[in-house]
Design a protein around this ligand. Structure first.
Ligand code: AMP
Length: 626
C-alpha cells in the first residue's frame, strides 16, 4: 500500500470507527483499572475519554520502564549556560521523582491541588511535573520568561497551594532573578498566598527571601530513598493546566485530562514522530510551552525513549551546538520552531555540515508558520525530511501534520500536510457560515468530539470553553482561530490567525495583554498593539500609546519596559510610538486592522465606520519616524 493509501485508511478509521480506533491506541499505555467505555459524549462539546479507567501518567512514563530500561537514560540535561551535562537514568529519575513527591505530600499537597511550577530548563522542572502527576496534583507550569504580572494572573486563576521555583535562570549568560519576579507577582495576587519551594542554583548574588520559603535541597534530604505509590486517578482527572493567550486580556487555563493525554502522547510518538522505546528525541523548546510539555516531558518518557533537555541558546557557544547534540546522542527525532531554524540559517549551512547527522530521521517544526524558503533550506542542509506540523496549546498534539511513523506523504513546502487521525477538520466561510471548498480561504474548524489529549475545558470555567471555542457558527464546531485553505490534493495551508493573537517567535501573545500591560503605566490613557511581519521572528510587536493629558511624557523605553516587567521580555514591543489619537470606529472600538495595514506599509482600504479618518495620518506619521 502506498503511504498515501495507508494514511487515508488509518485516518478514515479514526473517524468512522472512532471507538475501535482509540481502544487500540489505549492499549499503548497501562491501565490500573480498565475503562468501561471509550467515549462519553453525552454533554457536547465536553468529551470524556476512557470512561472510569484508572491510570497514572507518572507510572506510565517512569515505573513502567524500570524493569526493561532502568539503566537507560530517561533525561539528558545539557546546559550551555552553567556548562553542565547530567544523564539521568529511568531508575534515577524514579528515585528523584519519588523523593520530590514525598516532600510534596509532606507539604500537604494531595490529589487535585494545584502546584505552580516556575522554573528554568533544569531537571527539577521535569521532576516536579512528574512528582505532581504521581500524586494526582495538577501542575501549572509558567514559562520562565514570563514576569510578575503574568505570574500574578495565573496564580489568581489557578489558586495553587504551592509554587516551585528557582533562585534564577540564565539566558545567554545573563541571570534572571526568578524570586524577585515571583515576589512582585505574589504582591499582586488576590488569592491566598501559596507556599513556596525554592531550588537554589546559587546563581544570584542578590538574595530575595520569600516569606515561609522552603529550600528544596535541605528539605528533600529527608525524603531520599522514599517511595510514594502512584495515585490512580480517573482518566478524566486533570493532569495539568497550561495558560495561553486569546482575544481577551485574561489568559485561559487550558485543562488537560490524564488518560486521553497519555494515550494521545504515546500514539503520536508512534504514528507521527516515529519514535519508539530506546530512541532519542531532542526538542529545542521550553518546558513552559505546550511543545515542551508534550515533546520534552511527557511523550518521550511515556514511550520509554530518551529526552534531551537543553538549557541555553541555539547559537551559543556556537551555532553548531544543537547539531552537535543530535550527533553525540544519536537523536532520531528533533523538534523545534521555525524561528530557531531561521536564526541558524543566518549563521550558515556549515554549522550543520560539520556533524554526522545520519542518525536524524526527521526534524519537526511547529508553533508558527514555516515559510517555504526556510523549509527548503533546512531540508537541503540536512538532506532529510523536515515536517511542518500545525497545532495549538489547546490540542496538545498535531492537528495537521505529516507522519514519520506511518510513512511520509509527499511534501509540499508551505503546507503542514493533512489532518492527523482523530481530527475532523473543515473550513467555513467566516461571513456566510457555509462550508468552503478546495482552494478557497476559510476559518479552520474541528468537528467535535475533540480527540484524546486535547483540552477538556477552560480551568474553572466550562462556559468560557463553550463560548470561546464553540460559538463561532450555528453548528457546535471547535474554532482554531486560524484561516486556512485546502488544495485539490487535500493539503492544508495555514493563512494566519483570524483573531487578535500575535505570534512572536512561536510565542503566542494577545494584543489585549500587551495593551493592558501598557495601560498599567500611570501616564497611559490607551494603547493599541499589533503584530507586524518580521523576517526572523515571524511577527514583532508594534505599539501605539495615547497619554493622559498634562503628564510629562515618559520615554519610549520606559513604556516598553512596563511590558517587560508585566509580561516578560518576549512581549517587548520592537517599536513604540506615543500618538495623540488612535483610529476608532464610531462605536469607539480601536481599528487594529487599519493600524496593522499602515504599520506594514499597506493601504488600510475602505473604513466606512471610522470616526475620524485623520487618525490614520497620525499612525502614518508615527510609523515614518521608526
Ligand atoms: P500555541 O498555542 O502557542 O502553540 O499557538 C498556536 C498557534 O500558532 C496556532 O493557532 C497558529 O496560529 C500558530 N501555528 C502553530 N503551528 C503552526 C504551523 N505549523 N503553521 C502555521 N501556524 C502555526
Amino acid at each position: 500500500m502506498s503511504n498515501r493509501a495507508n494514511y487515508e485508511a488509518f485516518y478514515r478509521r479514526s473517524i468512522t470507527d472512532r471507538e475501535g480506533f482509540w481502544r487500540e491506541q489505549a492499549a499503548l499505555i497501562d491501565w490500573h483499572q480498565p475503562f468501561d467505555s471509550v467515549l462519553d459524549y453525552n454533554r457536547p462539546p465536553f468529551a470524556k475519554w476512557f470512561v472510569n479507567g484508572l491510570t497514572n501518567i507518572c507510572y506510565n512514563a517512569i515505573d513502567r520502564h524500570l524493569a526493561a530500561r532502568g539503566e537507560q537514560a530517561a533525561v539528558i540535561w545539557v546546559s550551555t549556560e552553567v556548562d553542565r551535562v547530567e544523564e539521568i537514568s529511568y531508575r534515577q529519575l524514579y528515585q528523584r521523582v519519588n523523593a520530590m513527591a514525598s516532600l510534596l505530600v509532606e507539604m500537604g499537597i494531595t490529589k487535585g491541588d494545584r502546584v505552580l511550577i516556575y522554573l528554568p530548563m533544569i531537571p527539577e522542572a521535569i521532576i516536579a511535573m512528574y512528582a505532581c502527576t504521581r500524586i494526582g496534583a495538577v501542575h501549572s507550569v509558567v514559562f520562565g520568561g514570563f514576569a510578575s504580572g503574568a505570574l500574578a494572573s495565573r496564580i489568581d486563576d489557578a489558586a495553587p497551594k504551592l509554587i516551585i521555583t528557582a533562585d534564577a535562570g540564565m539566558r545567554g549568560g545573563k541571570v534572571t532573578d526568578y524570586k524577585s519576579l515571583l515576589r512582585d507577582g505574589l504582591a499582586a495576587i488576590t488569592v491566598e498566598a501559596p507556599k513556596v519551594l525554592v531550588i537554589n542554583r546559587h546563581l544570584t548574588t542578590t538574595p530575595c527571601p520569600l516569606p515561609g520559603e522552603v529550600d528544596f535541597a535541605e528539605a528533600v534530604v529527608r525524603h531520599v530513598g522514599k517511595e510514594v505509590p502512584p495515585v490512580w486517578v480517573e482518566s478524566s482527572h486533570p493532569s495539568y493546566i497550561l495558560y495561553t493567550s486569546g482575544t481577551t486580556g485574561r489568559p485561559k487555563g487550558v485543562q488537560r485530562d490524564t488518560g486521553g493525554y497519555a494515550v494521545a502522547m504515546r500514539a503520536s510518538m508512534r504514528h507521527i514522530y516515529g519514535v519508539e522505546p530506546g530512541d532519542v528525541m531532542f526538542t529545542g523548546s521550553d518546558v513552559g510551552w505546550v511543545v515542551g510539555h508534550s515533546y520534552i516531558v511527557y511523550a518521550p518518557l511515556l514511550t520509554g525513549a530518551t529526552t534531551i533537555l537543553y538549557e541555553g541558546l541555539p547559537i551559543r557557544p556556537d551555532p553548531g551546538v544543537w547539531w552537535s547534540l543530535v550527533a553525540k546522542y544519536h537523536a532520531k527525532c528533533m523538534f523545534t520552531s521555525p524561528t530557531a531554524i531561521r536564526l541558524l540559517k543566518k549563521t550558515g549551512v556549515e554549522w550543520i555540515r560539520k556533524y554526522d547527522l545520519s542518525c536524524l530521521r526527521t526534524l519537526f517544526l511547529a508553533g508558527e508558520p514555516l515559510d517555504k524558503e526556510t523549509h527548503r533550506w533546512v531540508s537541503e542542509a540536512l538532506h532529510g525530511s523536515v515536517v511542518d506540523n500545525y497545532w495549538q496549546t489547546e490540542t496538545g498534539w498535531p492537528i495537521l501534520t505529516n507522519f514519520a511513523g506511518l510513512g511520509l506523504l509527499d511534501l509540499k513546502f508551505g503546507s503542514p500536510t493533512v489532518p492527523a487521525y482523530g481530527y475532523e477538520t473543515l473550513l467555513m466561510d467566516e461571513h456566510t457560515g457555509e462550508k468552503v471548498g478546495a482552494n478557497a480561504k476559510g476559518s479552520l474548524m474541528i468537528k467535535p468530539p475533540l480527540p484524546p489529549g486535547c483540552m477538556t475545558t477552560v480551568w474553572g470555567d466550562d462556559a468560557r470553553f463553550v463560548e470561546t471555542y464553540f460559538s463561532r457558527f450555528k453548528e457546535l464546531y471547535y474554532a482554531t482561530f486560524d484561516y486556512a485553505m485546502v488544495d485539490d490534493d487535500g493539503y492544508y495551508f495555514i493563512m494566519g490567525r483570524d483573531d487578535d493573537v500575535i505570534n512572536v517567535a512561536g510565542h503566542r501573545l494577545g494584543t489585549r495583554e500587551v495593551e493592558e500591560a501598557l495601560c498599567t503605566h500611570p501616564s497611559v490613557a490607551e494603547a493599541a498593539a499589533v503584530g507586524i511581519k518580521d523576517d526572523l521572528k515571524g511577527q514583532e510587536i508594534e505599539a501605539f500609546v495615547v497619554l493622559m493629558s498634562n503628564v510629562v511624557p515618559p520615554s519610549e523605553d520606559e513604556l516598553k519596559n512596563v511590558v517587560v516587567r508585566q509580561i516578560g521580555g518576549i512581549a517587548k514591543p520592537k517599536f513604540l510610538h506615543i500618538v495623540t489619537a488612535l483610529p476608532k470606529t464610531r462605536s469607539g472600538k480601536v481599528i487594529r486592522r487599519a493600524i496593522l495595514a499602515i504599520a506594514e506599509g499597506r493601504d488600510p482600504g475602505d473604513l466606512p465606520t471610522i470616526e475620524d479618518a485623520k487618525t490614520l495620518d497620525i499612525i502614518r506619521d508615527a510609523v515614518h519616524l521608526r
